[in-house]
Design a protein around this ligand. Structure first.
Ligand SMILES: [Mn+2]
Length: 341
């Protein structure tokens, strides 16, 4: 995409947002820091501009990011179609690769309004009327920083802090390979607007419960190395969550610890979960990789997706079967890459 097109789409989005009386801001299911940071920044901006703002997310905000909701209503849990007047409104979907990860029924436009899709996932389904997809952005927060910097609206300290939180939670505090000069340029813009990296880091790094630390301990003691020490995996069962009084939210970033082991280039965490639709148990796997390995290539074998270095998938099997299947696939994949070189 040339730089002219890039700016054209941003201006088109700004124009639609400016013109609309109401904004429906959508975050994806199981929201992470990027999704919550971006959606709360937009909710704050919309209120400041006197728009009617509805904020919705299929799942509750993880406690780690609840500080971003200070002073605003938590997102509506169900599909907010009835709350949304339509007509002169926009639906703004952030950080959401497919409509299925949000509210598919809404994104099929039962109401006449423009759907704006702002995301950095390379596999984005382009379900919007306006799609701004930038896989080079280290976070959707980076894209919104760019948009707000160009817009006539500017950025308040609260909005900048939300976007800074989005940025650092997706690029691993500027440590992941997705970090670019532009990521740092965005950080500078956000600091100019009042975001404090120290305050945000202290808030983000001191939110763990004792139960979560015990849960991490259980996973860590199971650290299983394979493929000549290039791969590592650990897992958590429903009992682990029950006995430590924690939920899946407590596992954010846990998988990344496996990459701290010397020479590990590909890592996975398998978590047993009970699906909301009933008692069916599934296993959700988070996969991480370091170059030249690709996490999405492995996730795709199990019907999952994501980024090159961070991906995920769900499996209908027991934890032990899921771990064996993933172990086998990672070994096969890693040895394939080794023989290609
Ligand atoms: Mn993201």
């Amino acid at each position: 995409m040339g730089s002219k097109n890039h700016n054209d789409v941003i201006y088109e989005i700004i124009e639609h947002m400016e013109r609309a009386d109401s904004w429906l801001v959508l975050s994806h299911e199981k929201p992470d820091g990027d999704a919550i940071g971006c959606s709360t920044a937009l909710v704050r901006l919309g209120r400041r501009l006197s728009k009617k703002v509805v904020f919705a997310c299929p799942d509750p905000c993880p406690p780690r990011y609840s500080f971003l909701l200070d002073g605003i209503e938590p997102p509506a849990p169900g599909c907010p179609a009835d709350d949304f007047p339509g007509g002169n409104g926009v639906i703004i979907s952030v950080d959401t690769s497919t409509a299925a990860r949000s509210f598919p029924e809404l994104l099929k436009r039962p109401v006449a309004c423009t759907v704006i899709n702002i995301d950095h996932h390379i596999d984005n389904g382009r379900y919007g009327d306006i799609n701004w997809i930038d896989p080079d952005a280290s976070a959707t927060g980076e894209m919104l920083t760019e948009l707000l910097s160009i817009s006539p609206w500017g950025l308040t300290k609260d909005e900048a802090s939300a976007l800074y939180s989005a940025l650092v939670s997706d690029n691993g505090d500027f440590q992941f390979a997705s970090t670019t000069l532009k990521s740092h340029d965005c950080a500078m813009k956000l600091m100019h607007a009042g975001a404090s990296p120290t305050e945000i880091a202290e808030t983000l790094e001191s939110t763990m419960s004792a139960g979560a630390l015990r849960l991490w301990g259980r996973a860590m003691t199971r650290t299983d190395m394979f493929a000549d020490g290039i791969c590592a995996i650990y897992w958590l069962t429903s009992e682990d969550f029950a006995e430590t009084a924690t939920s899946k939210d407590a596992t954010e970033n846990l998988v990344n610890f496996l990459l701290r082991i010397k020479n590990v280039k590909m890592a996975a965490l398998c978590c047993e979960s009970t699906e909301p639709d009933g008692k069916r148990k599934r296993v959700r796997a988070s996969i991480r990789a370091r170059e030249p390995y690709n996490a999405r290539a492995v996730a795709a074998v199990f019907g999952g997706g994501g980024h090159d270095l961070a991906a995920g998938c769900a499996m209908d099997s027991s934890v032990s079967d899921a771990v064996s299947a993933l172990r086998a696939e990672m070994s096969r994949y890693v040895s394939g890459i080794a023989s290609d070189r």
